[in-house]
Design a binder for this molecule. Structure first.
Ligand SMILES: C[S@@+](CC[C@H](N)C(=O)[O-])C[C@H]1O[C@@H](n2cnc3c(N)ncnc32)[C@H](O)[C@@H]1O
Length: 310
């Protein structure tokens, strides 16, 4: 974990109070903490940094995720393909990440990619921001993203049919920057950052995957700069009871405070005085996004976006 981000880190367990974390470094290389611990002087919670990855959620521990390996490998392959297939010249690839990237402007200050998965959009954001942090709850996704960041290349095993697979190589192109990017484990609903840390924020295909999507919006607002901030949110709004209790959906219901369309409701939440300073939604639309399961099976998803500024 880059030493230069330490000053912006707070204890997520203490929110809404913001208590800065202290660091104990066991191994460091070129301003990158490989092994160590972040501690909250207020509540006593500690957060490990292992293999360079900080796990900044009290609920998530890397060890507890290791038994999900088989499912994780398939998902990892699907997401690496989804994020980087266009860079590998795959004719089936979507151009979704390049399209989302076109939607954000160059902005001095830091960027936050919330629900970063294997990191493609964090690399895209770094073209426009001074420093970018990608945050996700998945240890294997963040490990793959950080591995790609450090090495610039990786191997992908792509399922073909049944037990058949093929291995292919991914090399990050030189136009994707690899300096001043960090990937950490953490929760979009309890972001481990001081208020107003980020000038540019993205939340791509995450809102409908959270138990408390409104808290995620509030947290995004909290860590966003008060002025000259930009927020790109995109989602297919595939509300599901298995991930989000219906009373927490921000759309997709006939009645209740968030009846109607998720995109319309989020536009209202952001611009009608819930957040100060209020956001102004400047653009909306949709991007076709694709995930590969195997050679003959892809999911095509319409992700509806809004772009907001303040
Ligand atoms: C559908 S994927 C989208 C990934 C990426 N933003 C994209 O558009 O390709 C949702 C991502 O959110 C992550 N995620 C789920 N719950 C989360 C949470 N509470 N906080 C942060 N990330 C979360 C998942 O691990 C996964 O990487």
């Amino acid at each position: 974990m880059l030493t230069k981000i330490i000053d912006q880190l707070i204890c997520p367990a203490c929110l809404p109070q913001e208590h800065q974390l202290t660091v104990k470094i066991d191994q460091e290389k070129d301003d990158d903490i490989i092994d160590g611990k972040l501690c909250c002087p207020h509540c006593g919670e500690s957060y490990r940094i292992t293999q360079g990855i900080a796990c900044l959620s009290p609920k998530l521990r890397p060890e507890s995720l290791e038994n999900q390996r088989y499912e994780t490998e398939k998902l990892l392959s699907s997401y690496l393909w989804s994020h980087f297939a266009d860079l590998m010249g795959d004719p089936e690839a979507s151009t979704a990440y390049a399209e989302w990237s076109q939607l954000i402007a160059s902005n001095s200050g830091w960027g936050l990619d919330i629900g970063a998965a294997v990191g493609r959009f964090s690399f895209e954001m770094k073209k426009k921001c001074d420093l970018v942090i990608g945050i996700d709850t998945s240890f294997s996704f963040i490990q793959a993203a950080r591995n790609l960041l450090k090495k610039g290349h990786t191997q992908l095993t792509l399922p073909q049919e049944g037990q058949l697979s093929r291995t292919t190589s991914l090399q990050l192109p030189p136009e994707l920057p690899r300096q001043d990017i960090e990937f950490i484990i953490g929760d979009a609903q309890a972001l481990p950052f001081k208020s107003h840390t980020f000038a540019t924020l993205s939340s791509l295909n995450l809102v409908d995957k959270l138990p408390q999507p409104l808290i995620h919006l509030k947290e995004s607002n909290r860590v966003a700069s008060k002025e000259k901030a930009e927020f790109l949110l995109s989602d297919p709004f595939s509300w599901a009871e298995a991930t989000t209790p219906p009373e927490n959906w921000l759309g997709g219901t006939e009645s209740g405070p968030f009846a109607g369309s998720g995109l319309d409701n989020i536009t209202k939440i952001m611009s009608n005085g819930n957040f100060t300073p209020a956001w102004k939604v400047t653009d909306d639309g949709a991007v076709w996004w694709k995930i590969r399961t195997h050679r003959n099976h892809f999911e095509l998803i319409r992700s509806c976006y809004l772009k907001a500024r303040r």
